[in-house]
Design a protein. Structure first.
Length: 644
């Protein structure tokens, strides 16, 4: 801004609340400045106070003596300034000057002891370091070199500071959760270093329909990790954060302990139709979808857990004993109250939210287990011989740096070493072999010869190509559903629809010779595990109100029935009170991902012709945006809060 002062040499000035004092000019003595008091009579009398440029002592002394009523406010504002301090280059006043003032507001603030303590706590927490790291000589030496005038405090001090920061973060999270209307949680159990843990995350949509996620709790599981222990921990976590009544569902994997805990203690979600105001109980559709497998549980159907989870489960009395208990409980259609009182079922009755199994985990089970169940002898031998040769190469690369250098020299790259429990990882590893077979076959043969591994037979090369072609749609679906932010439960049914269509298309192609049984097995497993999901109104509505899909994933023959369900739900939500915060907002996952693979995956959606209508629902279905459809915002909020 224009000024009438000459630009002198920049001077470090004292920071103070400007409503109390105003800088007048530099003092006669070096390092001093003169200030006008702007409070009460002093403002009229142009009272001038002199103070040093590095202390507010004289200013504070003046307020204490002449204006004690504003002293506390002055102290509070000074404290805020200290946490966000910066220096200004202020010119010496001169009325004849016309140049601009130089201001350095917003530049990095001076480091204070309080800021240093905060930064150290952030460093310890972000790097997941033990607190005793602050007492290491090399760490203290490093801090002393950076800021010799400040000091690193004791371990106990930082432990207390971390505890206070945790309490503050927890209060902040509880405040956000108290404002959310619908909440979804996820739970997982794992073991490491001979200890078991339960982790719970929470997910919700804010008023801008942007997904928010947080880690709710990580609890140590002491002793036997059975269904009752998990139920007790989950219930206590939900009650601690006061979200029990807001949870729409809890998503877990297919671990037997989780399944049993929710089967015994989960509450059923309720809905109301327009024709009947009485609530109807909705079953756990994901559990129903796998009910076809429960009749043959002895065939390892509850051995579907991830390897990290199974470590903790296997420490129990064994999965087979758990299976027998579940089969016995399934015989009974209800739990007798006398058995509950006699503690024959459980010591305590817990209250858990509705349960949904993780769709990504279920798809992974289809690709890693179900696809091989009805495999013929010839295909089984072909699979085992091919994977045996690939495994030998993987072992050579992972166990020897010399072997890795030789592979890099021959192929200008390395093989992908896969994770034993994840389909996408194994698919990428096999796909790398396919790339080398198609583009560098002679070099690949040299690698096999160098390591004395028999090269692939023509049928084995065909097996690799066909496996990649068949599994690619499944891995693409997994990549979409496993996204962290830009995905919701509304993606599930459209993704499954496209996946089924792609599998049916592959089954009709003549180019697949050896691996056709894989296609039939995948289609059968998708129908068995996810077939009931297409009858779940919550899942259908979540997809239909999602602006990316609407009705494009539904076949023409099924649209009238789906529209009837949507209209019925729309009438219910139309009566709900609407706040202005739901207006003119765009969902964070409403647009397609910029990734080409995701766009191509949904290229096969059914495109309906445009219709003219004036109702809010029809306008939403015909519109490409997500604005100004207030009633649908509410239903979107409830339906798409789920994690997939």
């Amino acid at each position: 801004m224009p000024s009438t002062s000459n630009i002198g040499s920049p001077t470090k000035r004292l920071h103070y609340p400007e409503q109390f004092f105003k800088f007048f000019k530099a003092g006669i003595k070096k390092g001093n400045s003169l200030y006008h008091c702007m409070v009460g009579d002093c403002k009229v009398k142009s009272k001038i106070i002199s103070t040093t440029d590095d202390s507010r002592g004289n200013l504070k002394k003046h307020l204490r003596k002449c204006h004690p009523s504003v002293l506390d406010e002055f102290t509070r504002l000074c404290r805020e300034i200290d946490t966000n301090k910066s220096f200004k280059a202020t010119p010496t006043p001169n009325k004849d000057a016309t140049q601009l003032k130089l201001s350095f507001d917003g530049y990095p603030r001076a480091l204070t002891q309080t800021l240093l303590d905060t930064y150290i706590v952030d460093y310890i927490c972000d790097a997941v370091l033990p607190v005793y790291h602050t007492e290491r000589k090399d760490f203290r030496k490093f801090i002393n070199r950076l800021c010799p005038k400040l000091r690193v405090r004791s371990r106990a001090f930082y432990r207390n500071l971390i505890s206070r920061a945790f309490d503050a973060k927890k209060r902040e999270l509880m405040l956000q959760l108290s404002q959310a209307r619908f909440i979804c949680t996820t739970a997982d159990c794992w073991s490491t270093r001979r200890k078991s843990f339960l982790g719970v995350t929470v997910h919700w949509l804010n008023n801008d329909l942007k997904r928010k996620s947080a880690c709710l709790a990580i609890r140590r599981v002491v002793g036997k990790c059975d269904y009752e222990v998990l139920a007790k921990l989950l219930e206590s976590i939900h009650e601690e954060f006061e979200i029990t009544a807001k949870i729409t569902a809890t998503v877990t994997d297919s671990g037997s302990n989780f399944v049993k805990a929710f089967r015994l203690f989960a509450t059923s979600p309720t809905i109301s139709t327009s024709s009947n105001d009485e609530p109807q109980q909705l079953p756990d559709v994901m559990d129903q979808a796998t009910s076809a497998y429960s009749s043959d549980l002895s065939d390892s159907e509850f051995e579907e857990e991830d390897s990290d989870y199974s470590n903790s489960v296997q420490e129990d009395s064994g999965i087979q004993e758990e299976i027998r208990e579940m089969e016995e409980q399934q015989i009974e259609e209800f739990l007798a109250i006398t058995n509950i009182l006699d503690q024959k079922i459980a010591d305590v009755i817990y209250s858990l939210p509705p349960h949904r199994r993780c769709a990504s985990h279920t798809l992974n089970l289809i690709a890693t287990k179900d696809v091989y169940k009805q495999m013929g002898a010839l295909l089984k031998n072909l699979k085992e011989s091919t994977e045996s040769k690939m495994k030998q190469i993987w072992n050579k690369q992972s166990r020897s740096t010399k072997a890795s250098d030789e592979i890099t020299k021959k192929l200008d790259g390395l093989f992908v070493i896969h994770n034993e429990t994840r389909l996408n990882s194994f698919f990428d590893a096999v796909d790398r072999f396919r790339e080398f077979i198609n583009n560098k076959k002679s070099d690949l043969k040299d690698v096999f010869t160098h390591f004395n591994v028999p090269y692939f037979r023509p049928a084995e090369e065909d097996y690799i190509r066909e496996y990649v072609k068949i599994m690619r749609p499944l891995t693409e679906a997994l990549d979409i559903l496993q996204a962290d932010v830009k995905v919701s439960i509304g993606y599930l049914l459209p993704t499954l629809t496209i996946l089924m269509n792609k599998m049916e298309s592959l089954r009709k192609k003549p180019g697949i010779i050896h691996c056709k049984p894989f296609i039939s097995a995948i289609i059968s497993a998708l129908n068995d595990r996810f077939g009931a999901c297409f009858n779940d109104e919550d899942l259908c509505l979540a997809a239909m109100v999602h602006p990316k899909f609407k009705l494009t994933w539904i076949r023409e023959a099924d649209k009238p029935n789906m529209m009837e369900k949507l209209n019925s739900s729309f009438e219910i939500f139309s009566a709900a009170p609407v706040t202005s915060s739901f207006r003119n907002v765009v969902s964070e996952d409403s647009d397609a991902s910029p990734r080409k693979k995701k766009k191509l995956f949904y290229a096969g959606l059914y495109r309906s012709s445009s219709t003219q209508s004036t109702s809010e629902l029809d306008l939403f279905l015909a519109d490409s945006t997500k604005k100004n459809f207030v009633t649908r915002e509410i239903s979107y909020n409830q339906g798409n809060v789920f994690e997939v």
